[in-house]
Design a protein around this ligand. Structure first.
Ligand code: KG4
Ligand code: ZN
Length: 333
């Protein structure tokens, strides 16, 4: 049987990425052009700037992805693209590129949900077993998702306000850390002491939802208060206290979900899955109860290989889109 080579595009936020993935399992190439430097001075992603960068990068990334994979258009089985959720202008650039390739080379088009991509990044390192539970933690999402069968997703819990990565970036900004702040705060958290008491929102409530805006406000109040009375602030201690808080919430709710919906595997997905404290705590508290899958760091952040990984499932199910496929900024499962 011929290998199924899928050309995948991801441009939902501030990374332009194009990959070639074989059989949903083997990454032949995964080109990622990051725009972080252009957004840093604004302290977050500026949508208009992001779209323009995608336009500049996407053709070059496509050529590189095919070159590196040693794959010609004739050897492709399909073209996949993230169509949501994300920034509409950014999504449209990837969509236009994917549609152009699909039309010009008569290849089936596969629209992929960005979150399904984050979850199926795990399938690039280990074969998923169903039902699996996924904790999706990124700059835009904090969700507990049950994957009952290939491509069957059920949201068990969601954030009521900020996403966890967003909370890291906002707290980081208050502490003068460059965007994206998660990695630095994670480092600081290991170097400071847990001296500040921030609220652990919704921990006692009997549900699987999250809330992080209260913690962010508590950090703001603490910093304001210290400034008013001229007290020094130990930024590393703030980071430690903040991270312990966030991890308590994420770990508690994940354990609760597993108790309610037993699963053989726990997939931790999205940019915040890079968090070392989260990896340590989940490993310590959940093995050997479940098999934990943490995709390698380069597959945790936004990348097109994860889109190609999920696209293989859609391909098997003949779940194709036509050229009317549009961007859906608030796409859900
Ligand atoms: O998945 P991703 O690359 O983009 C989105 O789809 O949002 O996630 C980026 C987010 C940022 O908010 C960044 O601060 C956060 O992931 N992040 C981390 C760490 N590394 C990246 N947050 C906590 N700890 C980390 N080590
Ligand atoms: Zn993402």
């Amino acid at each position: 049987q011929n290998p199924i080579n899928i050309l995948a595009f991801e441009s939902s936020c501030d990374e332009t990425s194009v990959a070639v993935v074989q059989d949903g399992k083997t990454i032949l190439s995964n080109i990622i052009a990051t725009q972080i430097k252009s957004h840093q001075r604004f302290g977050g992603v500026v949508p208009e700037v992001a779209s323009r960068h995608h336009v500049e990068q996407i053709i070059h990334c496509t050529q590189l992805a095919l070159q590196e994979a040693h794959i010609k258009y004739e050897q492709l089985a399909a073209v996949a693209v993230t169509y949501g959720p994300g920034l509409v202008g950014s999504l449209l650039v990837g969509l236009m590129a994917a549609k152009a390739v699909s039309w010009a080379h008569d290849l089936p088009l596969i629209g992929v949900n960005h979150l399904a991509g984050h979850i199926y990044a795990a399938n690039l390192v280990k074969s998923l077993q169903y039902p699996a539970l996924a904790l999706v933690v990124s700059g835009g999402h904090t969700e507990l998702v049950r994957v009952s069968a290939p491509g069957q997703f059920h949201i068990l819990g969601d954030t009521r306000d900020d996403a966890v990565g967003e909370a890291y970036d906002k707290v980081g900004r208050l502490l003068g850390v460059k965007y994206p702040a998660g990695k630095t705060l994670d480092q600081w958290a290991h170097e400071g002491q847990d001296t500040y008491d921030f609220p652990r929102a919704m921990l006692q409530e009997d549900n699987l939802d999250f809330s992080f805006s209260g913690i962010k406000s508590a950090v703001i109040n603490t910093l304001h208060h210290a400034q008013q009375i001229g007290a020094p602030i130990n930024k590393k201690d703030v980071a430690t206290s903040f991270q312990n808080d966030v991890l308590d919430i994420l770990v508690t709710k994940t354990k609760r979900a597993l108790a309610q919906y037993p699963c053989a595997q726990l997939i931790v997905a999205g940019g915040v899955a890079a968090n070392s404290g989260l990896r340590e705590r989940l490993t310590a508290e959940l093995t050997p109860q479940v098999e934990l899958i943490f995709p390698p760091l380069r597959l945790c952040g936004d990348n097109a290989a994860m889109i190609g990984a999920y696209a293989a499932v859609a391909y098997q199910q003949r779940n194709f889109s036509d050229l009317t496929l549009n961007a859906d900024p608030s796409l859900d499962f």
